[in-house]
Design a protein. Sequence first.
Length: 372
Amino acid sequence: MPKPWDFAGLNAALENVHRAGMPGLFAEVRAGDHVWRGAAGVADVATGRPVTVGLRHRVGSITKTFTAAAVLRQVEVGQLGLDTPIGHYLPRLVPGERGDAITVRMLLDHTSGLAEYLPFAYPSLSAFPDLAKTGPESFDDHRFTRFEAAELIALGVAAPAVGTPGGAPGVYSNTNYLLLGELLEHVTGTAAEKHITQDVIERAGLRDTGFPEGTDVDGPHSRLYEAWFGMIDPPRDYSIFDMSWVGPAAALVSTVADLNRFFRLLHAGKIVSRSSLEQMRRTVPVISQEGKLIDYGLGLHPVEAPGQATFWGHGGTVWGGGALAMIRADGERQLAVALNLQRWNRLDSAGVPQPHPIDQALAAFQQMAMYG
């Protein structure tokens, strides 16, 4: 049985992240039967309303783990083949040789070679064209824009390929997971968000997790402040936003308690089978959106520290909001944390994000939460 940890130390570490410049954050840490929940800072900088640990929150790309689980469940019942070409199912979206070469597995682990539709190099092929010059203006231009998945996928397919199908390293791309959403709808006859809700979220008994029906986060939640590398000063609230720009790739709303429950059930073989979980844990090298080389599986990635146990999970960011959910490989320790400020690092003359006190404080909290 894991020993209880220093609750006061975790509270202090969380408070240090707030003092370093994070408006507000909240977390749940579990070790065996022991549970710690904490919050620090404010949910609204104008009113001073405090954050609380039960708030609902946009969790970004943690959504990909839910989508991947829904796909694996269709593989289990024989509706999909992991190594079947996507062109077999969706020839109009990925036509020709690419459709024949890119498999379902390659979409799940980002080795398809399909480019991101939010690129920094091709304004004409971007849902947010100002990002190509690292400008934030498109955020306001498209706050209420309703995107269709097919048009975003078309942008990614039309952009220059970022690799060959199945080649290493892969390149992280939301285009892959929008395609998986279209694939789920194709084989189930139900819109991806509804199917994931019924087959994964409800199966896991998650009461505070779901896809937003409008532009707001339903229920108690924090405002979400986007700094965009210091170009939005003071940071602006983007908690109201049409999330069709990411859909089944990153639109989910959840709580830290629900995230921990989901990953606990997933790794216990209660969402997908044990054999499917092993497939999810088969990793390949992938270049992340931050340009770092990481190991990535099928909607999961590992976090390892020298001499420490391996954790599995996912992180996520949207405009203004961020989250991380991880579980130790043996299932005995978990962390879920949510943040209400993103892109706090300023860029140097070469466009490289510079260190910020939040980085060190957040790393210290995560180290304490995950490893004690």
